[in-house]
Design a protein around this ligand. Structure first.
Ligand code: ZN
Length: 201
């Protein structure tokens, strides 16, 4: 994929200048944006981040999305401004903000964690897909990346697009008791999931 020259510009963050360009991602599996910083090459840092309005935009203490996004950007900056940030419009694990709020409501009423709350409401625990993000990384000509994630689904999606992936865990401190419970629920579901045969995932 050639750099989209018409979108290339500088961005200042934490007092430092980054060069970047942008590509909109849109296919039948989803919508989002790819922000390409510097001139990323094989082994570069990549974050695939799903939108969380509460965590990313209004500073909620209830989840780790905002700190993860900020840490991933810090890491890209610390590598001389080389890397890729893919921001996907998959709020509420793909179900949307209104449904996510319904899940929080059920959680408050029943004590269910976020995954059980989705099930109680008759929706899948996680309906996000990463295929369009993975395809965009392959289109950049990358053959290997370091993916900043704690989520094996993202690693597998990028590997399925033919790239070699090294996972780099994002370690953030929970900012509240509620965030700690949320992060523990995520870790538990992910390890249970990774033990399932692929056909059952
Ligand atoms: Zn969040």
């Amino acid at each position: 994929m050639k750099e989209l020259q018409a979108t290339a510009h500088s961005l200042f963050r934490k007092g430092r200048e980054l060069r970047m360009w942008v590509k909109e991602l849109r296919d039948e599996t989803g919508v989002g944006h790819m922000l390409v910083f510097g001139e990323p090459s094989d082994g570069c840092l990549v974050r695939i981040h799903s939108r969380c309005l509460y965590g990313d935009a209004i500073g909620s203490d209830d989840c780790d999305c905002g700190p993860e996004l900020a840490l991933a950007m810090d890491m890209i900056q610390d590598e001389g401004g080389q890397g890729v940030m893919i921001y996907l419009e998959q709020e509420g694990r793909g179900e949307g903000l209104e449904f996510k709020a319904m899940g929080l409501h059920v959680g408050e009423q029943t004590g269910a964690d976020t995954f059980d709350a989705y099930r109680i409401l008759g929706h899948p625990e996680d309906s996000r897909t990463y295929d369009h993000a993975a395809a965009a990384l392959a289109d950049l000509g990358l053959r290997s990346i370091r993916l900043m994630t704690n989520n094996g689904d993202k690693v597998r999606a990028v590997e399925n697009a033919g790239l070699v992936v090294k996972a780099v865990p994002l370690e953030t401190e929970p900012r509240s008791e509620r965030a700690a419970r949320y992060m523990a629920a995520k870790a538990k579901r992910r390890s249970a999931y990774s033990q399932l045969p692929r056909s059952n995932r």
